[in-house]
Write a protein that binds this ligand. Sequence first.
Ligand SMILES: *Cc1c(COP(=O)(O)O)cnc(C)c1O
Length: 398
Amino acid sequence: MNNADIIALGEKYVMNTYARFPIALVRGEGMSVWDADGKEYLDFLAGIAVCNLGHCHPKVSSAVAAQAKTLFHVSNLYHTEPQVRLAKWLCDHTFADKVFFCNSGAEANEGAIKLARKICHDRGEEGRKTIISATMSFHGRTLATLTATGQEKVKKGFAPLPAGFIHIAYDDLDALQKAVDVNTAAIILEPIQGEGGIRMPSPGYLQAVRKLADERGALLIFDEVQTGAGRTGAFLACEHEGVTPDIATMAKGLGGGAPIGAVLATEEAAKSFTPGTHATTFGGNPLCAAAALAAMEAMEEENIIGNCREMGKHLLGKLEKIAESSPRAKNARGRGLLIGLELEGGISPATIVSAMMAKGFLIGSAGESVLRFAPPLIVTKDQIDLLADALSSALDSL
Ligand SMILES: *Cc1c(COP(=O)(O)O)cnc(C)c1O
């Protein structure tokens, strides 16, 4: 099937929930993907911050193939080795003492919200039910997580929404101080807002949030679905700020491309999840857990986070130069390889994304006016230089 065949079939049989670009991808290796007409692209979006080790990393692909021939799925009625080893890996490398596995970022946040409310319930603090989140945040598309999400566009048409969610401005400590009270179960924040436009908090904000949560008896949840798994140059982005939450959620980069999510928690917080309180059929199944374990081990063995830090600086530097020299861009920002470039003059990000696609580069957008760069963490200097040249010329030729 070529691009046109695949697109025609999709338009007929797949629900129309995505504004897709008009290519169908059939193969990937490292930084490259190929479409069904044979065109190659350098992938600077990595499946939306998912393929952190590049496409079809040999260690991940081999682990998946081996696991697929050994044991695919057995449910969570039984213990499995890939799941317990992955849980240990995550606890060894983060603040967490215990992990719950699920299948996506939204599900991880659902789990975190449920855990926070259950903890308050178990403490006898029945009044503490409210979840405080930030405007411009993104936490997922299930009913509870779209309610937590601080963007009206995802909520339209889906009322009634669950009760017990309030929003405050991101990076505004005063607003948070006014909002956190005896009814607060938890504060949920992205350490860097991803979908909202790669928005970074001021230095010290997350630390102050931690302090406030402790003083007022609220739990702190970090949504690390996009920022986690090495994306920002630390395993979890909160490490940069020296802050640990009670609960953190992961998904995107965790599985090396396989669908898996995780709720990470301290021993104390995790205690409230007991048999029967939360569950999922597929969560942490042997296939996805084996993929994630191989991805995490490869990331460590190959010092991929080190490369992320180094290449992140290089890419940010290149984009800062473009922001200085082009009248159509300003304010490059981000950490590690989660980087945004704001467009000026009402240019729609999709215009640039399409122009870059024609030149053989996949990039993304975030918010209304921001280009998003989230390449595999294995990206090289030469590839970044190629991207920067192509982007300069795409902006110039507008
Ligand atoms: C992508 C994302 C989610 C939702 O993850 P899904 O796997 O699409 O459900 C939640 N939070 C953040 C910060 C995200 O970037």
